[in-house]
Design a protein around this ligand. Structure first.
Ligand SMILES: Nc1ncnc2c1ncn2[C@@H]1O[C@H](COP(=O)(O)OP(=O)(O)OP(=O)(O)O)[C@@H](O)[C@H]1O
Ligand SMILES: [Mg+2]
Length: 371
C-alpha cells in the first residue's frame, strides 16, 4: 500500500478516535486510536528515513498513551462496586458507555428498526421466530453518513455485550495469527451470550478484511475464511444463540459474494435527504446562538449531496467564526450566527457525495437486495 494511503488511513482513524473520545465512546475511541498508532508505526518501519517519521512515532506514542488511559477508565468502571473500596465509585455509570443515543442520529430509521427487529425482539420473544432471525447485518453507504456513529448508539441503546473490532485489530501482527484472533473473538462472544444478554460483534470497515488490496500484514484469506465459518456457526447452532455480527463498509463492491450472503440484512445508509438534513441542522445548531434570519429549511434545501459529517462541520465552522471575531475584538458579546455566515461557508465547501457516487451504491444495492 502506498505511503499516502497509509497516512490517509491513519489520519481518518485518528479523527474518528478524537470524535468518539469527545462523545464519551471510550472503547470505540480506544480501538480507533490503536489502529491509527499501528498504522503510523508501520509507516515508520517501512519508511525509516522519511523526515516525517519522528513526528509520526511521537503521534503514535501519544495515541497509545490515550488507549491506556481509556482502558484504565473502563477497567475502573467495570470493577467499581465489586472490588477494593478505594476503586468504588458509588453508583457511577459505566464510563465506557458512549453517550450517543438514537435521537442524536438524524433519520436512519430503517437501520434503527432493523437493529430492534433483529436484536431486541428475538431476545424478548424467541418463540415468535420459529424460522430463526438474521445474525448478520451489513451497513453500507458513503463516508460520513453515520455508520460508525450508529454502532456507538447500538452499544448504548441495546443491552448487550459489545465488541468493537476493525480489520486492523484482527490482522494485527502484534496479536498473533489472525484466524485465531477471529476464533477467540467468537468464542468469547458465545460464552458471554449464554448468560442471556446478546453479544454484538461490530466489524468496522469490513471491506479491508476481504483482502482485495491485501497489504503487508498477511493472513487475510485465513482470517476471512474463519470469519465465514464462524458466521455459519451462528446460523446452525439454533435458536438460543444471541451472537450478532454487524459489519460496516463504504466500499461494498469490494466484498465478495460468499461474504455478502452471510449478512442477511443489508442496510443502505444513504446520504441525508431533505428531512434528514433539516434534522441534522437542528441537532448541530441546538446549542448555537442563531440570528432570526437563519432559515434552517432553506439550508437543508441548499445542501443536497452534503453528508451528516459535512453538516456537522458547517455548524462547527459557523460557531468558530463568531468566536474568532469575539476574541479578535476582545470585548462585548459573541454575536449570533447569521444566514450569511452559513451561505458563505457553503460557497467554500462542495458536497462530498456526488450523484454518480450515490448511483454506484444504489446499483450495488439493487444487485444484492435479493441474493
Ligand atoms: N445521521 C447522522 N446524524 C447525526 N450525525 C451524523 C449523521 N451522520 C453523520 N453524522 C456526523 O458525522 C460524523 C461522521 O459519521 P460516521 O463516522 O458515523 O460516518 P461513517 O458512515 O462511519 O463514515 P465512513 O464510511 O467514512 O467510516 C459523526 O460522528 C456525526 O458527527
Ligand atoms: Mg465509519
Amino acid at each position: 500500500m502506498a505511503y499516502e494511503e497509509l497516512i490517509r488511513m491513519a489520519e481518518k482513524n485518528a479523527l474518528d478516535a478524537i470524535r468518539l473520545d469527545k462523545q464519551g465512546a471510550a472503547r470505540l475511541a480506544a480501538a480507533k486510536y490503536q489502529r491509527a498508532a499501528e498504522i503510523l508505526l508501520t509507516v515508520c518501519s517501512l519508511y525509516p528515513k522519511s523526515p516525517q517519521s519522528r513526528v509520526y512515532a511521537e503521534k503514535a506514542e501519544a495515541y497509545l498513551r490515550r488507549v491506556k488511559e481509556l482502558q484504565n477508565l473502563s477497567l475502573e468502571s467495570a470493577t467499581s462496586g465489586t472490588s477494593l473500596p478505594s476503586l468504588k465509585k458509588t453508583g457511577s455509570p459505566l464510563k465506557d458507555r458512549p453517550n450517543v443515543r438514537w435521537e442524536d442520529i438524524a433519520d436512519l430509521e430503517d437501520a434503527k428498526r432493523a437493529i430492534r427487529e433483529a436484536i431486541v425482539y428475538p431476545v424478548k420473544r424467541p418463540d415468535l421466530f420459529p424460522l430463526g432471525w438474521p445474525r448478520g447485518i451489513l451497513f453500507f453507504g458513503p463516508p460520513g453518513c453515520g455508520k460508525t456513529m450508529l454502532a456507538a448508539a447500538v452499544a448504548n441503546e441495546v443491552d448487550a455485550h459489545f465488541f468493537y473490532v476493525d480489520s486492523a485489530t484482527i490482522m494485527s501482527k502484534w496479536l498473533g495469527e489472525s484466524e485465531k484472533n477471529v476464533a477467540a473473538l467468537f468464542e468469547n462472544a458465545r460464552e458471554l451470550s449464554h448468560e442471556g444478554k446478546p453479544a454484538i460483534i461490530f466489524i468496522d470497515e469490513i471491506d479491508s478484511l476481504v483482502g482485495v488490496r491485501s497489504h503487508e500484514v498477511g493472513g487475510e484469506v485465513r482470517a476471512r475464511n474463519q470469519l465465514l465459518k464462524e458466521m455459519d456457526g451462528l446460523q446452525d447452532k439454533g435458536k438460543n444463540l444471541y451472537v450478532y455480527v454487524i459489519g460496516a463498509t463504504n466500499k461494498p463492491w469490494n466484498l465478495d459474494e460468499p461474504f455478502i450472503r452471510r449478512f442477511q440484512r443489508r442496510i443502505y445508509i444513504p446520504p441525508p435527504d431533505f428531512r434528514a438534513r433539516l434534522e441534522l441542522f437542528k441537532i448541530y445548531c441546538r446549542n448555537l446562538k442563531l440570528s432570526r434570519d437563519v432559515d434552517l429549511e432553506e439550508l437543508a434545501r441548499l445542501t443536497e449531496g452534503y453528508t451528516g459529517s459535512d453538516i456537522r462541520d458547517i455548524a462547527q465552522e459557523a460557531q468558530v467564526r463568531v468566536v474568532r471575531e469575539y476574541f479578535e475584538r476582545d470585548g462585548g458579546d459573541v454575536r449570533a450566527i447569521t444566514m450569511n455566515d452559513f451561505l458563505e461557508l457553503l460557497r467554500h465547501r462542495k458536497p462530498s457525495v456526488s450523484r454518480e457516487n450515490v448511483r454506484r451504491y444504489e446499483e450495488w444495492w439493487e444487485k444484492f437486495k435479493a441474493v
